[in-house]
Design a protein around this ligand. Structure first.
Ligand code: 4NP
Length: 146
């Protein structure tokens, strides 16, 4: 799960996906990172911690880190939150196989009003972001897991 700062959107996406994997008893590895590295080592934003807690998910132990080219080898799917994240991640890809791992997470969302996950760092819409990510993660897993 990749966003810009790895403190608002992608930590939520990581927490939601991990919760759903646990519920399905799937031992897939899920992680998150930011394209910027501006918040390296920091916990998620208080708004993301709060909204996930309201939905029974604890993301307070996560630490922000920067996305690196090695992540293309460590993960099968790389979800990005918006087009800028996609451009920044694709700029680090070296092969077509790596490029094809990168997906806009809201391609899996039913609500076609949102192509990109809005950044709650600027507008505080943490609950909206939670709902968009929850729906996308659920749809992805119902398509990809047995
Ligand atoms: P995120 O949100 O990419 O969803 O983690 C942001 C976090 C920090 C900043 C911008 C967006 N920032 O400018 O520091």
């Amino acid at each position: 799960m990749v966003c810009l700062g790895n403190i608002c959107r992608s930590p939520l996406a990581e927490g939601i996906m991990r919760d759903k994997l646990n519920q399905r008893q799937l031992s897939w590895v899920v992680d998150s990172a930011g394209t910027s590295g501006w918040h390296n080592g920091e916990p998620p934003h208080s708004g993301s911690i709060q909204v996930s807690k309201m939905h029974g998910i604890d993301i307070s132990g996560q630490k922000s880190r920067k996305f690196t080219a090695d992540d293309f080898e460590s993960f099968d799917v790389i979800f990005v939150m918006d087009k800028k994240n996609r451009d920044d991640v694709l700029a680090l890809a070296k092969t077509e196989a790596q490029r094809s791992k990168v997906k806009m997470i809201l391609d899996y969302n039913d609500n076609s009003n949102f192509e990109e996950v809005p950044d709650p760092y600027y507008d505080n819409r943490f609950e909206l972001v939670y709902q968009l990510l929850e729906d996308a993660c659920e749809n992805f897993l119902s398509k990809e897991s047995v």
